[in-house]
Design a protein around this ligand. Structure first.
Ligand code: ZN
Length: 272
């Protein structure tokens, strides 16, 4: 880590401390563009922060098609993923379980059905995250079977051509989830057999995303949902459920940020 240099903005308004390399880059950019350092910082902040307080973008650490082609190892850490969101789903290197990022904490949903918090140094080949900030909230009462649950989720979205993040806190008379056992890198995903778990009369959180069908190479098309129980110790990829009551929060997303990994595995994969 570079030493941190203090950079003063307008006196009395703001003082920030930046790593030395950023201060050098800032000075260089200022010379190259003719813009002051203050102007450059303002532009960077305006670009990075949502101006109305609402997050409007989703971040994908890699295209889903790489995972589907057996690229199960990337050098992306969960610490890096958390720079782009506090909410999301994904998996871990070597396909070692399902991932939930909930309120800034990552949980690994292993193939024994148990969920564990994991550290920021763990790596992932695929994660889809956002800073969750719901656009709409809907309370649900009365039992919904799985078909009615799915119908409701599709009724809530105004267009199938957008991305949405969804969070459901609720009571579930029945939940069926799966998780995948750790795999050799490059093993065809069609050969991977998930382990299935069923839970009855449980409370918990369902989180995930809706992805439009036309960009299925980036993320699972339709709803891709994971479940974590309220004790935070069981969960998995949601396959089926019945819900008796709950609150559904939906965030409309209009920008997709896609990272393309610079690893040899990714660069040499045939993704067609
Ligand atoms: Zn999943």
């Amino acid at each position: 880590m570079n030493t941190r240099d203090e950079l003063k903005l307008d006196p009395g308004t703001c003082t920030v401390s930046l790593p030395g390399d950023l201060c050098e880059m800032l000075a260089l950019a200022s010379r190259n563009t003719g813009l002051s350092e203050e102007q450059l910082i303002e532009r960077a902040i305006r670009r990075f922060l949502p101006m109305d307080g609402k997050s409007r973008n989703v971040y994908l650490s890699a295209p889903m098609s790489a995972l589907l082609k057996g690229v199960y190892e990337e050098n992306t850490t969960l610490g890096e993923i958390k720079m782009h969101g506090d909410f999301g789903v994904g998996t871990f290197n070597d396909l070692d379980g399902e991932m939930i990022l909930l309120d800034g904490q990552v949980y690994q949903l292993k193939d024994d059905g148990f969920a564990h918090p994991v550290s920021d140094s763990v790596q992932t080949p695929f994660a889809c995250v956002t800073f969750f900030d719901p656009t709409t909230v809907e309370d649900v009462e009365g039992e919904l079977d799985h078909a009615a649950f799915k119908n409701l989720l599709y009724r809530l979205i105004p267009s199938v051509n957008m991305f949405y993040a969804i969070r459901i806190e609720g009571t579930f008379p029945y939940v069926k989830v799966w998780s995948v056992p750790r795999q050799e890198n490059h093993r065809p995903i069609q050969e991977v057999t998930p382990r299935v778990f069923e839970y009855h009369e449980t409370r918990g959180t369902v989180i995930g995303f809706y992805t439009p069908e036309f960009i299925k190479s980036l993320a699972s098309p339709g709803y891709h949902l994971h479940f974590l129980n309220s004790e935070l110790n069981h969960g998995g990829h949601l396959h089926e459920c019945r819900m008796s009551e709950g609150r559904i929060s939906l965030q409309f997303i209009s920008t997709v940020e896609l990272n393309l990994p610079a690893t040899l595995d990714y660069l040499t994969a045939n993704l067609i």
